[in-house]
Design a protein around this ligand. Structure first.
Ligand code: GAL
Ligand code: MG
Length: 991
């Protein structure tokens, strides 16, 4: 292998370099991507390499490059998180080491003896051997790294044959224990570069800015070259105009730029540096920017920048590790649109194109080395975290760690988007990281260094953290973070992972954002993680994509659905958690209201950009959930962090529930933003006059009625009949089991009290306590029921408990049902919780309706699913939807689709409807899936709809949190009230 160098592809001429062409169209670039002959072997022992190299036509399959075998029908998928995928005995690997042999022919057009030829692999998992025209060329490893080989001596004019043998496991496997599907093969591009014999090999570009005078310094230094080329340069400004050019003597030049235009993630202006030698032009995009830390505050261009970040793995449901430019661009586009400005390349370096796109579209990148030795904590009998430093602190591995750090920094050291290097993930701490950090500093002292693993350093050892520039943590609770700030910190603080986005979640983002805004030393946070990793296993019979996760491929050792933990589904459709993130991180915020003068104060929370030339603000006034005025605010200029008052043009405010929704909308196409795109909203409640809610009045209005009730009682039931309707109350449950009128049978199954919810992934720990406490198996035990028969109403009062099969009761309930002559039912519930029970998933009443009840209209928080701690994507309004649409189809089924802070809900079919209304805010779910079905099934494609529509009217549900990997649910979001009072009306009507 050749020494590592900065990544670039030289152009043939200045003219070629000025065309915006992809490298595939550069003359020096010869791609070897495409179809190769391939043979897969279960074990390395089964191959005869000479036969394979010589007997090229023997039974080869075809495979595309880049790809991973497991996605092409070879080998088997395995997903493991912490555990190593192989038995631990480094550097040895299993005797049966699967491998793949690749071979193809190629020709080099315009082959020249005066050129050098360099073969490049951008990513091969896990290690590989190369032959050209039967001659052995070399070996390499480190899956996510570029390996370059000089093939000048072996390459021929005309036909050539290249062969590559890739092994599934190697000693590197012990250093690549990232939480991911374990895949193998040539998964990134392969190509040959044609180089001049006299050339630059490597160089370093640094920038420095005098922020006061707006003078920029661009330092260019050649660090390696061959045959002493003459070097000249030209510098083009972001508009593409040549502003400087000259000769580079002694391999070094400093260019001084007056009135420099700075790069930042919001306005990523790039200069272009052309470095010319006799036969080659190297084109470098240069972002003029400076990173600094002052008093523990992270600064970009002198500004206290906030990192709104996400962890990004390379993952595709059909292609695995292979991410095309389009795939990456889609991810970046979505990230911009959902208000991210930063990415951590978890947990390895990306392909070069990724960094180039981040330069161009504006992302601050933490680029991480391909190092994770997490599996050492799983070794038997060594103590979980006590063994964390086993590899990190064993000098035998010093060179391995150093090599991997070099492989991550050297190629990308000139990329402006990278502001911090991370020397790895979850590998403990010790001498090897101390050395590795020193090496990282030597390679680049212009960027910060990160390593979260330092947290696990052996407290009895004298550790040197001096080369780590930030305090980085994963998943701490709000209280833990507060403690850091209370104690005082001496470095900027970041969360390299937080808000574990598994399944329904994350909740509780708001509190983190508040801390970020409050503490200037809190530089930012990175959501774990961007996308659900799952394998597209084809379509189910009803047309759903069947996504597989750990355990679906017959693996013995796996970690289930822990890989399905992203903000987007595998096909990049956003989860509601992404919408939540977007609004928490809206770039402009309403921070104060002056009701008397009808004014609002807005603040620009972006770090650099003026809102005036970016967003417009639309505001809509809602009365009882209906829009009655729709206006726009004119924002000429609102600079970063600036706050200003704006007058509202409002109609006369009615005496209703009045809210104003402010929407922040992109004015014109810009970078990856499209005109009209909404980047967030705020809503204010101007008046909350629930009593006068018109529709509520019409539901609850009692018209005079001649009907008389007939009440028939038995030991089991109470039957209430009048000329219009027939109700049967079940004395054993204290709920109705039949509700019908002459035309419709609305309910024919008993209603149920509900405490259980289908556990979300974030309930995966607490659910064991819930099961222990019997929440999944509660029965009503009714002690007493009385009936009051007045002329104008019937009131049934029952005293009962909800009690699990063998434990003590969970709730004591007094429930009152008041039935009015027009059929309206009012329920008044008074519940007292057993203080010893864990907090409740929910408390509500389930009504089983006919499946034909499909349509839905509600006045509450919408249009997305929402919970106590996950509702910022939604706002108060009137929304129409349907039972099927409201289902959020998480890959592993779980509680979903709840709507909270509701005032009214109507569920209807062609003929009839059911209204629920309350003056207290309530939540509801509707679904064709029973809670049991959502609890028990492992995949969405296994779900079977019942012949029913389940409506659950909840007093409340507990919040969502992010306890799948993060902290326990915040106490304030737990449903743990000692006493709960809950009233609602039910009305059954024909339409
Ligand atoms: C972190 C780790 C990630 C991932 C996550 C859980 O500890 O760094 O790679 O495993 O937990 O999803
Ligand atoms: Mg890990």
């Amino acid at each position: 292998m050749m020494p590592r160098r900065s990544y670039y592809v030289p152009f043939e001429s200045v003219n070629e370099s000025l065309k915006e062409i992809s490298r595939d169209n550069q003359k020096s670039f010869k791609s070897l991507n495409g179809t190769w002959k391939f043979k897969y072997f279960n074990s390395l022992g089964n191959i005869n390499i000479d036969n394979l190299l010589n007997n090229k036509n023997e039974n080869f399959d075809l495979i595309k490059v880049p790809s991973v075998w497991q996605m092409q029908g070879y080998d088997n998928h395995q997903y493991t998180n912490v555990k190593y995928p192989i038995g631990f005995n480094p550097p040895f690997v299993p005797s049966n080491n699967p491998c793949g042999f690749y071979i193809r022919d190629f020709e080099i057009e315009n082959f020249s003896k005066d050129k050098d030829y360099h073969l490049n692999f951008e990513g091969v998992d896990s290690c590989f051997y190369i032959w050209l025209n039967g001659k052995f060329i070399g070996y390499s490893q480190i899956s996510h790294s570029i390996s370059e080989f000089d093939i000048t001596k072996e390459v021929l004019e005309g036909k050539n044959t290249i062969a590559v043998l890739v092994l599934k496991w190697c000693d590197g496997t012990y250093f690549e224990d990232q939480d991911k599907f374990r895949m193998s093969g040539i998964f990134r591009d392969v190509y040959i570069l044609e180089r001049s014999k006299s050339r630059i090999v490597d160089y370093k570009i640094d920038t420095d800015i005098n922020l006061e005078n707006k003078i920029g310094f661009l330092n260019f230094k050649v660090t390696d070259k061959v045959n002493n080329p003459n070097i000249t340069y030209s510098l083009l400004n972001p508009k593409g105009e040549v502003i400087q050019s000259g000769i580079i003597n002694n391999d070094y030049v400093t260019l001084k730029i007056e009135d420099v235009e700075l790069w930042n993630p919001e306005e990523p202006l790039l200069y272009t540096l052309l470095i010319k030698t006799e036969d080659e032009v190297i084109k470098e995009k240069v972002g003029m920017r400076v990173i600094s830390v002052e008093d523990s505050v992270l600064k970009l261009n002198g500004v206290n920048v906030k990192l709104r970040g996400v962890n990004h793995h390379d993952s595709h449901p059909l292609n695995g590790y292979v991410m095309t430019e389009e795939d990456l661009l889609l991810d970046l586009r979505l990230m911009k649109q959902y208000n991210f400005n930063s990415i951590r390349t978890a947990h390895y370096p990306k392909s070069p194109i990724f960094y180039e796109m981040c330069d161009e579209y504006g992302f601050l990148v933490i680029s991480e080395a391909d190092i994770e030795t997490h599996g050492v904590v799983e070794l038997y009998g060594l103590g979980y975290l006590e063994n964390y430093n086993m590899i990190a602190n064993d000098p035998i591995y010093e060179k391995v760690i150093e090599d991997r750090i070099e492989a991550s920094i050297i190629p990308y050291k000139n990329r402006p988007c990278i502001f911090m290097w991370s020397v790895g993930n979850e590998s403990g701490f010790g001498c090897n990281f101390e050395k590795g950090l020193i090496r990282a500093r030597e390679l680049d002292n212009t960027r910060l260094l990160h390593y979260e693993g330092a947290f696990y350093a052996d407290k009895n050892r004298e550790n040197d953290f001096s080369n780590i520039d930030v305090i980085s943590r994963m998943y701490p609770s709000i209280d833990e973070i507060k403690e850091y700030f209370n104690k005082g910190i001496d470095k900027p603080f970041i969360l390299c992972e937080y808000a574990h986005a598994m399944g329904n979640g994350p909740g509780g983002l708001k509190e983190y954002d508040e801390l970020i805004q409050d503490h200037k030393e809190f530089a930012g946070v990175y959501v774990w993680e961007w996308c659900d990793h799952a394998i597209d296993m084809g379509k189910s019979k009803d047309g759903k994509t069947m996504y597989g996760y750990g355990g679906d491929f017959g693996e013995i050792s796996h970690d289930g659905n822990f890989c399905v933990d992203g903000l987007v589904y595998p096909n990049r459709v956003p989860h509601t958690g992404l919408l939540e993130y977007q609004n928490i991180n809206r770039p402009i915020r309403l921070i104060e209201v002056d009701e008397v003068n009808k004014k609002v104060k807005l603040k620009n929370t972006m770090d650099f950009k003026d809102i005036g030339n970016f967003l417009k603000v639309k505001y809509k006034l809602f009365s009882d959930g209906n829009v009655i005025s729709d206006k726009e605010l004119l924002i000429d200029t609102l600079k970063s962090k600036e706050e200003k008052w704006y007058s509202l043009d409002l109609p006369e405010i009615p005496n209703t529930i009045v809210t104003i929704l402010f929407e922040y909308i992109v004015k014109a196409d810009f970078l990856l933003y499209k005109e009209g795109l909404k980047l967030g909203h705020d809503q204010i409640v101007w008046s909350n006059n629930v009593k006068s809610l018109k529709s509520f009045e019409s539901i609850t209005e009692v018209k005079s009625c001649e009907e008389v009730f007939i009440v028939n009682e038995s030991a089991e039931e109470i039957n209430i009949v009048n000329g219009d309707f027939n109700y049967i109350y079940d004395r054993n449950t204290a709920l109705f089991k039949l509700i019908e009128n002459k035309k419709c049978r609305f309910i024919e199954d008993s209603m149920k009290f509900k405490v259980w919810r289908a556990p979300t992934d974030n309930d995966r720990k607490i659910k064991f306590q819930w099961i222990e406490a019997g929440f999944n198996n509660l029965e009503s035990r009714v002690y007493k029921t009385t009936i009051e028969n007045k002329e104008s109403s019937i009131t049934i009062t029952s005293h009962l408990s909800l009690i699990p099969i063998y434990r003590e009761k969970v709730l004591d309930i007094v429930i009152k049902w008041i039935i009015l002559p027009n059929g309206l039912i009012k329920s008044e519930i008074d519940a007292v919780k057993n203080v010893n029970s864990p907090f409740l998933p929910r408390f509500g009443v389930e009504i089983k309706l006919d499946k034909s009840y499909e349509n839905l209209s509600y006045f509450g928080l919408g249009p997305y699913e929402n919970y106590q701690d996950k509702h910022y994507a939604s706002y108060l309004g009137r929304f129409n939807s349907s039972v099927s649409k409201i289902h959020e189809d998480y890959i592993r089924p779980q509680e979903n689709g709840s709507r909270s802070l509701c005032k009214e809900v109507e569920i209807y079919n062609e003929n009839s409807s059911i209204y629920v209304a309350s003056q207290d805010d309530f939540s509801f779910n509707v679904s064709h899936f029973s809670t049991e079905e959502l609890t028990n099934k492992k995949h969405n494609f296994e779900l079977v709809e019942d012949d029913a529509t389940y409506l659950i009217i909840d007093y409340k549900q507990s919040g969502i949190g992010s306890n799948s990997c993060g902290p326990e649910l915040d106490h304030k979001y737990r449903l743990n009230e000692k006493s709960m009072k809950f009233n609602f009306y039910l009305k059954f009507e024909e339409r």
